[in-house]
Design a protein around this ligand. Structure first.
Ligand code: 4NP
Length: 158
């Protein structure tokens, strides 16, 4: 099993969106018995809450289900996940402060795969919690997920 974790600040806007979209693409590709997907927040501010209504609305618009609840990222996640993907640079530095650079886990910016694939030059997923741009964030998250799945399929021969 390949384990993939998306991380943002609150685990209610961006990382749940990536979690839902990526799980949807994985299922469409028939790989849900090979790739497990989860998300977490570096803060504990919204632990136990469902995703933000803006995230749920944009997912619903695209017919993608999500029923996860927010949880906080912990140092134990380094042992459980093969990929830990940060939505922005601040998330990445918070993650690295907790877990360093574990030898068997790829800790990276979520959009780095889409950047390498030439799908976008934007490196950080902007936080819709502050500007309500859930549609714009969805487009970026979708590209990020497509490029990530391509990368994982190539890397693991799936
Ligand atoms: P997220 O967005 O990190 O994409 O889930 C945020 C959610 C909540 C807060 C900030 C960002 N907050 O300040 O509570």
């Amino acid at each position: 099993m390949i384990n993939v974790l998306f991380v943002c600040l609150g685990n209610i806007c961006r990382s749940p969106m990536a979690d839902a979209v990526f799980a949807h693409l994985v299922k469409q590709a028939g790989l849900d018995d090979k790739i497990r997907v989860d998300s977490a927040g570096t803060s504990g501010w919204h632990v136990g809450e469902p995703a933000h209504r803006g995230t749920l609305a944009v997912l619903k618009k695209h017919h993608i289900p999500y029923n996860g609840r927010a949880r906080q990222f912990t140092h134990q996640d380094a042992n459980q996940f093969d990929y830990i993907l940060a939505m922005d640079r601040s998330n990445l530095s918070d993650i690295k402060r907790l877990i360093g650079d574990p030898p068997n886990t790829e800790v990276a910016m979520f959009l780095s795969y889409a950047n390498q694939a030439g799908l976008t030059t934007i490196q950080e997923v902007p936080d819709p919690y502050y500007n309500n741009n859930f549609d714009e964030v969805y487009d970026l998250v979708f590209k990020g997920c497509q490029a990530l799945l391509d990368h994982i399929r190539k890397t693991h021969d799936l």
